[in-house]
Design a protein around this ligand. Sequence first.
Ligand code: ADP
Ligand code: TRP
Length: 334
Amino acid sequence: MARRLTAFTPSGELHLGNYFGAIEPLVRQQIPGETLVFVSDLHALTLPHDPAEVRARTTSFAALLLACGVDPRRSLFAVQSQVPEHAELHYLLECVAGFGEARRMIQFKEKSARGQQVRVSLLTYPILMAADILLYDTEEVPVGEDQRQHVELARDIALRFNAAYRPVFTVPRAVNPPVAARIMDLITPTAKMSKSVAAAGSLRLLDPPEVLRRKVMRATTDGSTEVSYDPEQRPGVANLLTILSACTGTEPARLAETFGGYGDLKRTVADAVVALVEPIRRRYDELIDEDLGDLLTAGAAAARELARPKVIAAREAIGLLPAYAETPGIRPIA
Ligand code: ADP
Ligand code: TRP
């Protein structure tokens, strides 16, 4: 069994794309010592943000991930910023990453094109993500298609560091789900469903059943009436079939044969989505009232135990003296 790690940035609202692209693949197989899940709050600071909102969302994302089935007895579950080794390794990795390769990341290009005040952290975000991954000898990173390029960068950085200094890092690879690696927006089915974009096209995990149904019934289809699976020519219908396929396990092209028309298809998709999401939302409602502080502190402590030796190895390899707290004879400040 390979060590697997993924993380979720507490900005916007988690949706069905996040669920099928990364949450479900991770939750399906959780093995103690091998499965790690983080709420990547440091990544939420890369765009203009409200401090109180980031803090509230970090707790809310933690509760929602637990509601989706992340099991802290089988998975290491922690908040990124509570493990300072992430930020420490981030800097060391910045010293082996190129400005050119960071600038070429598609997400950076897209997001930096939108705002005038671009933060340096938006550029270096994939290098922090590489630190998240490389700290734990991660072999597999379950992510949606849109994050594949960032995992490739983590690979490149690991290979370069190992070759230049010492073989400190395990070289990771992205794993995408077979279907649903890229769920599309319901209104604009040529763009991916996203946490931050218009709510009407996004099936959010905390949407009540009637909202989910309404969104599915209003999804963009096309002028035809027959149901067939053709992502190029008929992206809206193909997306609905993909969502249903992810819910049921039957291939989209086979499902297409079973529907007489769009109304029929949409009602079945709405039923399947509500059946999946409603229990998650109910569990979330219970969990959000609980104090998750102790659980997250325990997760962070367990993460630090794994991460610290890796940072020490990276510091030594790259040419630093031992860290203050690790210097024999010097007592760290409590
Ligand atoms: P968003 O792009 O919606 O803001 P993130 O980038 O935080 O979401 O993604 C969290 C995880 O969900 C990542 O692994 C990402 O690849 C995956 N993901 C995001 N959107 C989709 C989608 N539409 N289909 C499949 N997976 C997705
Ligand atoms: N960058 C990812 C996103 O915004 C979240 C993330 C942070 C991540 N660190 C990670 C995903 C490490 C996988 C592995 O979606």
